[in-house]
Ligand binder design. Structure first.
Ligand SMILES: Cc1cc2nc3c(=O)[nH]c(=O)nc-3n(C[C@H](O)[C@H](O)[C@H](O)COP(=O)(O)OP(=O)(O)OC[C@H]3O[C@@H](n4cnc5c(N)ncnc54)[C@H](O)[C@@H]3O)c2cc1C
Length: 381
């Protein structure tokens, strides 16, 4: 019997395997990963300094332990080069591997901005535990970190590094941090609380160049300013990994296009996690992955199931200003109603008929999450 093959050992890949093994202990299963394949929780990477975790301690299980736990073959540092959906095969270098069903859990790439300068290639990104181990080695004994991007990941790293004593500069083209998730009042509170921790903001501008300097780097800003940095970290967004699917003639749009059963257009080929676009939605967060893995496991075990998503508020790990967001659906009609105090901002996105369609809670307003979350509409009913 050919194995079910899962490409990817992130939360989507491993959790699909775990859920499948609750339903089917026998079907041969193979996981293939381009990285070193530890089982870990990626969100821990942006608060590991605060939780005093060394990179090695973030890995919860080795790939060998996962293989034993899942009764699966786990192949690490192995990149799948091509998929042939007609022949149901994968190509890894010169090797051809057959599959019965294929799960694409490929994740997303960090977007890299075009930046000039003789040290642009030194700009770091953190998108997996291997990257993070490299980042921690690079910052050891250093002082100044410039972060490009004031989105969720940039703000979380800014908080973690500043709280650990680093001098942190954050550069973003937007006028406020978390500009896509927070109305301006919430962004302003987050900005001021992180500034109180020592974060220096450079908003409304971008990084134009990174050059080697006598000590570390000279970071040139589009507004003419210059920052000195020992390390430059970029966190400007993610791009679903669609190349493998597109080359196999599987439909891709922003992500790999799948229906509610996580089926691509190719028979027996599924996608989920950061690489997937489910009914038009790309949801690069943990909760959607956990819902999708449970549905997909049923389908893989022979009982086709559609995934549904409740509202899934995301907690931003900025302890200097606790923040929870549940943005309204794209195109939702309504308006923001905002109550701001010195220590909290409650932003509610409300329809004309009074229904709550989304929220952003900052500071002490996060205490209202439990009351508000059940009022939100599901993301996909
Ligand atoms: C720093 C950080 C903090 C975060 N914090 C939060 C948070 O607080 N809350 C939240 O909800 N979400 C958070 N997220 C997002 C969340 O972690 C991701 O949505 C999730 O981990 C993605 O899992 P995945 O399995 O889809 O992708 P990944 O973990 O990226 O896994 C992709 C896998 O595919 C493999 N792969 C790709 N291409 C190939 C190939 N051709 N051949 C073989 N293998 C391949 C890779 O090696 C990897 O193993 C955070 C993300 C980051 C980066």
């Amino acid at each position: 019997m050919e194995p079910i093959v899962i490409i990817g050992s992130g939360l989507a890949g491993y959790n699909t395997a775990k859920e499948l093994r609750k339903l089917d202990t026998a079907t041969p299963l193979t996981l293939i990963s381009a990285d070193s394949g530890p089982f870990y929780s990626k969100p821990m990477l942006s608060n590991a300094l605060a939780s005093k975790k060394e990179p090695a301690a973030i890995a919860l299980n080795t790939p060998e332990q996962m293989a034993a736990q899942l009764n699966a073959a786990v192949r690490v540092k192995t990149r799948v080069d091509a998929v042939d959906t007609g022949a149901c095969t994968l190509r890894i270098g010169n090797e051809t591997l057959r599959y019965s069903k294929l799960v694409l859990a490929l994740g997303a790439d960090q977007i890299r901005l075009p930046i000039a300068g003789d040290a642009a290639a030194d700009i770091m990104t953190v998108n997996d535990l291997d990257d993070y181990a490299g980042f921690r080695a690079a910052i050891a004994g250093k002082k100044r970190v410039t972060i490009i991007g004031a989105g969720l990941i940039g703000c979380e790293f800014a908080n973690d590094l500043a709280a650990a004593g680093f001098a942190v500069d954050v550069v973003d083209i937007a006028a406020r941090p978390l500009g896509r998730l927070l109305p301006p009042e919430g962004g302003a509170l987050l900005q001021s609380k992180l500034a109180a921790l020592g974060v220096q903001w450079h908003l409304g501008t971008s990084v134009a160049s990174v050059d080697r300097a006598e000590h570390g780097y000279s970071v040139g800003l589009a507004n003419g300013g210059t920052l000195q940095a020992d390390i430059v970290l970029s966190a400007v967004g993610l791009k679903p990994r669609t190349g493998l699917a597109a080359a196999a003639d599987i439909k891709v749009n922003r992500g790999i296009v799948v229906n509610r059963r996580l089926e691509t257009g190719a028979p027996g080929v599924y996608a989920l996690g950061d690489c997937a676009e489910i009914e038009g939605l790309v949801m690069p967060y943990v909760m959607p992955i956990m819902h999708a893995t449970r549905a997909l496991a049923q389908t893989l075990a022979g009982k086709p199931a559609a995934v549904s998503f409740p509202a899934m508020p995301v907690m931003v790990k900025t302890p200097a200003c606790p923040t929870i967001v549940s943005p309204p659906a794209a195109g939702a009609e309504g308006s923001w109603q905002i109550e701001a105090t010195a220590d909290g901002v409650k932003s509610l996105f409300v329809a004309a008929d009074g229904r709550l369609l989304g929220f952003a809670l900052n500071g002490n307003a996060t205490a209202e999450r439990a009351k508000l979350a059940p009022q939100l509409p599901p993301v996909l009913a």
